[in-house]
Design a protein around this ligand. Structure first.
Ligand code: ATP
Ligand code: MG
Length: 564
């Protein structure tokens, strides 16, 4: 995940903090980070930012990186999510070696620490309901009201807490709260709840526990147990840091440093797990891995490379203030990556026949095509050429404007890697629709260049009809048609802004023959010349090829915006 150019960039603020800590010896020059997802959904591109950041901080400092499931809420968590998250983190290239942990493994230790706080007079069992606790919290300008149960004796608290653990009380009837300060200007310090009662089965601990720790209580303990040095989280936890620190200080245990950074927001999509789940459950998309989703599995299925996502995360940087990144930045990172690595192929998406009238009937010849002009090592391949070819419907116009350099009667164009062809006319059906284009080729121009050096402005791609492979092509566009579906400026429910044209399926596409063998999803993406980058869908087979468009060749949205 490191790259040689890394050293040239100025340090971002987290790198600077780590450098300072290494200089002062705060953590004895150790760096140990973690990615702590809650297994309640699939990972999205925002998580990728966090994974890349945490992993890079460990890598750059010869440190360690943990993958830890923050599985403290049995109600929403599932093993399916655990498995998908492991797969996604590994795919992105972050290695946790043997350091895969679950917060639920620490439940017993957390319980012991809760007993310690009770004994110290730092925690108490409270009988208020969730609503009562909320109502007593006060406002930003007024202090909260102390719980009537706040001054229970240590003995009573120990007894009640044990009975909570033993399942004697119904859900929601009691909580364990930290005894801090109901007048604190920081709401998080107004006697926050540490444990709640929930008689629910946990995906790992089963029915062993019926009290579950709250995030703020649990998270610092998890970090402490694992010896994390820099606990990196998103900005909304900034006001939770005093509480993170308070718990660790009161317990007197090893104390990691929490550091907050700005979360990633992207235009034309939504990033909250709740909304993504809603899109899946409501069948607005085909699943978590729908190639239009901002999920890691969606991008993987669509054909994004791990490298392109890592490059994206590096490009956007790490900052202390929230902002929204333009989707174009992500799209450009995959374009850049694939431009270097993707082999070129020819495919016709919306085909019409071009018949070369002076080419011998029944003849098929093999022409040489360069696989990747960006990388000579990729060599060449043979592409069959014949009298009947498929070309794009839009590459012929009967009455063309002046600057149209493609096929129109009387005009000569280059067939990529093949010959110069002059258009002679077309055949129409009864309704006047063009069903065939005709032309003649110049046999002296094999390879695509005229010996007399005459200029031909237009070059089009083609596929020989006798050997063409039929395929389904899925063209993906942005999932939403407005930049910020979540923004207050867009008053309707975010689902109202779904882009109705985010998927276009083309069933009669024609591919050059090598693509039949290449139609199974693997490590290889292709550039279909003049069209875009494509990747076989997971359902694709040599008998029924299906290709997903990863991204178009250029940023067509920018072009549209410039036009309007
Ligand atoms: P929710 O969508 O319910 O708020 P979450 O996305 O915060 O959930 P977690 O599983 O708690 O989900 O996230 C795991 C880690 O990923 C956390 O450290 C969190 O800060 C980080 N993270 C989540 N979303 C983003 C984002 N958009 N940008 C950067 N980091 C993120
Ligand atoms: Mg979260």
């Amino acid at each position: 995940m490191t790259d040689p150019s890394e050293g040239k960039r100025p340090l971002h603020f987290i790198q600077q903090i780590i450098a300072d800590d290494n200089a002062s010896g705060k953590f004895q020059q150790k760096v140990h980070t973690r990615f702590p997802p809650e297994p309640n959904g699939y990972l999205h591109i925002g998580h990728a930012k966090s994974i890349c950041l945490n992993y890079a901080m460990a890598q750059e400092n010869n440190g360690l990186f943990n993958l830890r499931f923050d599985d403290t809420n049995p109600a929403k968590e599932e093993t399916e999510y655990v498995e998908s998250i492991k797969k996604d983190v590994a795919w992105l290239g972050a290695k946790w070696d043997d350091r895969l942990f679950f917060a639920s493994s620490y439940f017993q230790q957390m319980y012991q620490w809760a007993l310690q706080l009770i004994r110290q007079g730092d925690a108490y069992v409270c009988d208020m309901s969730q609503e009562e606790v909320r109502a007593a919290r006060g406002t930003p300008t007024e202090p909260g009201t102390e719980s009537p149960w706040r001054n229970r004796s240590v003995e009573e608290n120990l007894d009640l807490f044990e009975r909570m653990k033993n399942g004697e009380f119904p859900d929601g009837s009691k909580t364990l709260r930290a005894k801090i300060d109901m007048a604190s200007p920081n709401f998080n310090l107004r006697d926050p709840v540490m444990y709640r009662i929930l008689h629910a089965e946990h995906h790992r601990t089963g029915t062993q526990w019926c009290i579950y720790p709250m995030y703020d209580w649990a998270h610092g303990l998890e970090d402490s147990i694992e010896g994390i040095t820099h606990s990196i989280c998103t900005l909304e936890f900034e006001h939770h840091r005093p509480l993170y620190d308070w718990f660790l200080d009161r317990l007197g245990i090893y104390h990691p440093q929490q550091i907050e950074f700005a979360r990633l927001n992207l235009t034309y999509t939504v990033m909250s797990k709740r909304k993504l789940l809603e899109l899946v459950k409501g069948n607005y998309v085909s699943g978590w891995d729908d190639p239009r989703m901002p999920t890691i599995c969606g991008y993987r299925r669509r054909g994004y490379t791990p490298q392109s996502i890592r490059n994206f995360c590096k490009t956007i940087g790490v900052a202390k203030f929230n902002s929204t990144i333009d989707m174009t930045v992500l799209e450009n990172s995959i374009r850049e990556d694939l431009n270097k690595t993707a082999q070129r192929r020819m495919a016709v998406l919306r085909p019409i026949k071009l018949i070369i009238d002076n080419y011998p009937e029944g003849q098929v010849e093999q022409l040489t095509a360069v696989n990747n002009p960006e990388d000579e090592a990729d060599g060449t391949r043979l592409v069959p050429f014949a009298r009947e070819l498929w070309i794009e419907r839009e590459d012929f116009l009967e009455d063309a404007p002046k600057k149209y350099f493609r096929l129109t009667p009387g005009q000569e164009v280059r067939l990529r890697w093949a010959y110069l062809v002059t258009c002679t006319g077309c055949v129409k059906d009864a309704s006047g629709e063009v069903i065939e284009v005709h032309g003649t080729y110049d046999p002296a121009t094999r390879g695509g260049d005229a010996p007399d050096g005459r200029k031909v402005r237009g070059t089009i791609h083609w596929v020989a009809a006798p050997t063409a492979v039929d395929a389904e092509i899925r063209l993906y566009d942005r999932l939403f048609s407005v930049e910020n579906p979540d923004d207050a400026a867009n008053p309707l429910d975010y689902k109202e802004y779904l882009n109705p044209n985010s998927l276009e399926v083309l069933r009669g596409a024609k591919l050059e023959p090598v693509l039949r063998q290449e139609a199974t999803a693997g490590e290889t993406r292709y550039q279909f010349e003049r069209i875009g980058y494509f990747y076989p869908d997971q359902c694709s087979t040599p008998d029924c090829p299906v290709f997903n468009r990863v991204v178009s060749l250029r940023d067509t949205w920018a072009k549209l915006a410039a036009k309007s």
